[in-house]
Structures are given as structure tokens and as C-alpha cells.
Design a protein around this ligand. Structure first.
Ligand code: KIV
Ligand code: NA
Length: 277
């Protein structure tokens, strides 16, 4: 496969080919997701929850994002790697935002960045896109504002917020965003938004009619948590398979079954007699 670029995604939208995006947080998850065909690997700040064990994405730092993005870019050759700007970074001065985005691209090798927020963010997004930084927008449920929103709730259920979301999507496109994530909105609204803007709209919990879909790695593989949002589909019980594999290892160690002769290295007979004197 050729390298996935902003043009690839635009072409996919125009040809009505759906885009598959998923999160990846380290070298093996990037390799697996790319090999499985995902066009976009998102180093989401969801890593705070699914790999670092925090309660929300709020504690995630820019240093965390750089660290994980480096591992993902080492594990990927053709997928587009997008890194999230973490909580608050996007709300610092324009200069600070530019610097943070540049670090994710120059130090960590990201193709571009994702920023949560609509109308309020378009000024900064214009600055970034004018500097040649590919920006993916993210509107609807924006988890970095979970405390302000009062929970992980569906957005855009009333006319005012629905209209606001449509307007935000159009403003993001005008600001030069190459794509946007639409999280937790009713599918009639995400359909209208996807049909209205020319940039690819990637949905999560946003129904059937977006230009692409994104899921969190650990959610779709059911690794490491016993709860996941209702919009998630579990494609493999990988966590269960992993636990079973490890339980077999533990069991065989206890019983002295592992390691076997074939897992062992040997010394020559001469060396042994020398060793035992
Ligand atoms: O951090 C993340 O995983 C995300 C996706 C759910 C869009 O932002
Ligand atoms: Na995120």
C-alpha cells in the first residue's frame, strides 16, 4: 500500500470508500493495526485511560503524547499517524500550540495532529494549517471537556447544539482542517454534517453514515477493561485470549512443564566435566 496522505482520504471520500481509523499507542499496536489495513493510526489521548490507567484523558501530558507517538511511528510505514494535542495544550498561546504541534511532527514523526473543539479553535487551527501542519478537528463529545460537559453524553440532541455542530464542522473545514472526528452525535446529524462538508468525517458513536469510523484499540479487542461504551463493537475477545495464554504459562511453570528440553541450551560433555571439576 502507498503512504496514506490527506489526498488519499479526500479521494476516498469522493469515491465513497469508507475510511478505517483506530487508535494505536505503541510499536506492536501500530504494527498490528497497520497490517490489518487501518488507514489512520490515531495516537489518541485515550491512552491515558486504556494504557496508563487514568480515570479520564485530563492527566495526559504533551511528553506522554510524544513518547507514545514515537513508538507508533516506529511501528508504522504507510498508515497516517495522527497525534492528539493533550488537555490544555491547545488552549495555550498560538506560539505554544505551534511548538507543541511541531514537536509531535518533528520529534515524534506524526503526520499531523488532532485538536478538540469547534468555533473557538478555528483561529488557532488556521494558524497551524497555514504553517503546513495537517489538522484533524474533533467535535461533538470532546472528552477533554468531560468535567464541563458533566459526563460522556451524546451531543447535538437539541436544535441549538445540532446547528452549532454543523456550523463548527463548516468552520473547521474553512480553517483548513483536512478531516474531522465526530464523537457521540445522533446519526441523522452526523449524516447531514458528512454530506455538507467536503473533508472526510470520521465517526465514533456517530452512527452509520460518516465517511469513516474510528474505534479505540483496547475497546474493539476487549483488552484490559470490563466496561466499554455502548457504541463499541468488540471484534475479538483478545483480552480473554491473552489472559488464557498467560494462565497456561503460569500453570506450566508451577507444574514444571515449562521450559522443556527444546527451550534449553546445552554445554558439551567435556565442558560439563570441567565445570563439575
Ligand atoms: O483519544 C482518542 O482515542 C480519540 C478517538 C476516540 C477519536 O480521540
Ligand atoms: Na482523544
Amino acid at each position: 500500500r502507498k503512504k496514506v496522505t490527506t489526498r488519499t482520504l479526500l479521494k476516498m471520500k469522493s469515491e465513497k470508500e469508507r475510511i478505517a481509523m483506530m487508535t494505536a499507542y505503541d510499536y506492536p499496536s501500530a504494527k498490528i493495526a497497520e497490517e490489518a489495513g487501518s488507514e489512520i493510526l490515531l495516537v489518541g489521548d485515550s491512552l491515558g485511560m486504556v494504557v496508563l490507567g487514568y480515570e479520564s484523558t485530563i492527566p495526559v501530558t504533551l511528553a506522554d503524547m510524544i513518547h507514545h507517538t514515537k513508538a507508533v511511528t516506529r511501528g508504522s510505514k504507510t498508515a497516517m499517524v495522527i497525534a492528539d494535542l493533550p488537555f490544555m495544550t491547545a488552549h495555550l498561546s498560538e506560539d505554544e500550540v505551534l511548538k507543541a504541534a511541531a514537536r509531535l511532527m518533528q520529534e515524534a514523526g506524526a503526520y499531523g495532529i488532532k485538536i478538540e473543539g469547534g468555533s473557538d479553535m478555528v483561529g488557532k487551527i488556521s494558524k497551524l494549517t497555514k504553517a503546513g501542519i495537517p489538522v484533524m478537528g474533533h467535535i461533538g463529545l470532546t472528552p477533554q471537556s468531560v468535567n464541563q460537559l458533566g459526563g460522556y453524553l451524546i451531543q447535538g440532541r437539541d436544535t441549538a447544539t445540532a446547528k452549532q455542530l454543523l456550523e463548527d464542522a463548516q468552520k473547521l473545514e474553512l480553517a483548513g482542517a483536512f478531516s474531522l472526528v465526530l464523537e457521540c452525535v445522533p446519526e441523522e446529524l452526523s449524516q447531514l454534517i458528512s454530506e455538507t462538508v467536503n473533508i472526510p468525517v470520521i465517526g465514533i458513536g456517530a452512527g452509520r453514515f460518516c465517511d469513516g469510523q474510528v474505534l479505540v484499540y483496547h475497546d474493539l479487542l476487549a483488552i484490559g477493561g470490563d466496561w466499554h461504551p455502548s457504541f463499541v463493537k468488540v471484534y475479538q475477545e483478545a483480552g480473554k485470549t491473552m489472559t488464557e495464554g498467560i494462565a497456561s504459562f503460569v500453570d506450566e511453570v508451577k507444574k514444571g512443564i515449562f521450559p522443556e528440553e527444546k527451550h534449553s541450551a546445552h554445554l558439551s560433555a567435556d565442558f560439563i566435566s570441567e565445570l563439575y571439576g
